[in-house]
Design a protein around this ligand. Structure first.
Ligand code: ASP
Ligand code: MG
Length: 403
């Protein structure tokens, strides 16, 4: 098999751990596989470099920041390659440029536009172990760029797609994706497999493990992703196409998003185009809307409620207040103390009763549901933040996710 193995900051956090990674790569190679390794900077290193820059300037040039930050990954890549050479392997470290990773020109948050895998393919053919510095590429002018914080996952997935790897393993300090956050429900179980779409909906559970951007890219490039820990041989979680999943459970997991706020608009003039006016303004300011409900008031106006990430609340307030000032909306109010609990599973496409069970579980616990939204594979409920943990535990129990 051709395997991409990506090791995050904690997995390469000190020299012993880099040796530990070398041993793991060695075992994979000795088992008869071809290996391309992608590494992060040693943990804390990127933050340290950011602080160094801030010592000199509150607003350093982004191009200079890319020169600086890309060095962290190069340190790890060269050290790992040196360790592998010492163990008798033919290993070679590569920068993003050498690996053929071409990005756009957005310094410090560049997008990968293309990968020219010829150099990597040739090295693999010669039996070499390639160690690529993650998180970086090169723009059309030849300047080094970085892909945004946490971006070496993205490097790994993009490389796996470009060289048509059979598997892309992402090693972190977490052993995989769980049915819910084990800090909330200690009975949470590690999932063996999950589909891309479920993983994207369960983002809050994978947040520590994988960037959403990487899952989206894996889906697009059809890369089989595995998240697992570098600290034991425990098997991780495979994230793959829905068709590859053997027996999809009805519900795969329960996600919690505490980072939500609710905006209520009262007495909205009931005329065609008003919702479009409000929500176009919001979207023009990049306010991310999630759930929306609208209902008629008695006096011919309507009430509209919607949720936004807490970070977008201020922008949203400003926009909504302008509508109040112009008389299109009578009044508005805000509530930051809400959260969103979601039940996620591809199995609900073909089974009924999943939503009813979610609602009755909330009813049994006397938790009031403020808003509901659904997709083919998800039921989300907005509830008071104080019931967040209780809701997660009772849903986890109701769908027997601990079994
Ligand atoms: N070292 C970079 C960061 O900390 C990239 C990464 O680790 O994925 O954001
Ligand atoms: Mg990371």
């Amino acid at each position: 098999m051709l395997i991409v193995q990506k090791f995050g900051g904690t997995s390469v956090g000190d020299l012993d751990r880099i040796q530990n990674v070398a041993n793991r790569v060695s075992a994979t190679k000795k088992a008869g596989n071809d290996v391309v390794v992608v590494v992060s900077a040693m943990s804390g290193e990127t933050n340290k470099l950011v602080r160094y820059a801030e010592h000199f300037s509150a607003n350093p040039s982004r191009a200079e920041m890319d020169m600086l930050l890309s060095s962290g990954e190069r340190v790890t890549a060269s050290l790992l390659s040196i360790a592998l050479n010492e163990m008798g392997f033919d290993a070679v470290a590569m920068t993003g440029r050498k690996a053929g990773i071409v990005t756009d020109g957005h310094h410090t948050k560049a997008r990968i536009e293309d990968i020219n895998p010829e150099v990597m393919n040739a090295a693999v053919k010669e039996g070499k172990i390639i160690v690529v510095a993650g998180f970086q590429g090169v723009n059309e002018n030849g300047d080094v760029t970085t892909l945004g914080r946490g971006g070496s996952d993205l490097s790994a997935v993009a490389i796996a797609g470009a060289i048509k790897a059979d598997l892309c393993e992402i090693y972190t300090d977490v052993s995989g994706i769980f049915t819910t956050d084990p800090r909330i429900e200690p009975k949470a179980k590690k999932l063996n497999q999950i589909s891309y779409d479920e993983m994207l909906e369960l983002a809050s559970l994978g947040a520590k493990v994988l960037q959403n951007r990487s899952v989206e890219l894996a889906k697009k490039l059809n890369v089989n992703l595995v998240t697992r820990t570098s600290f034991s041989d425990e098997e991780g979680t495979l994230i793959t196409k829905e068709e590859n999943i053997m027996e999809a459970p009805l519900v795969s997991g329960i996600a919690l998003d505490k980072n939500q706020a609710r905006i209520s608009l009262m007495g909205v003039k009931d005329r065609p185009g008003i919702a479009s006016d409000i929500f176009t303004k919001l979207s023009d300011s990049d306010v991310n809307i999630d759930m929306i409900i609208q209902n008629k008031a008695h006096d011919g106006t309507t009430n509209i409620d919607f949720t936004v990430p807490v970070g977008d609340l201020n922008d949203a307030k400003n926009i909504v207040d302008a509508f109040v000032a112009s008389g299109d909306i009578e009044a508005d109010s805000y509530n930051e103390k809400i959260c969103k609990v979601s039940v996620v599973g591809v199995g609900m496409k073909s089974h009924s009763g999943v939503a009813a069970k979610a609602f009755s579980t909330m009813a049994k616990e006397n938790i009031n549901i403020n808003m509901i939204s659904t997709s083919e594979i998800k039921i989300s409920m907005a509830i008071d933040e104080e019931y967040a943990e209780l809701a997660v535990r009772s849903l986890h129990n109701a769908y027997e996710l601990d079994k």
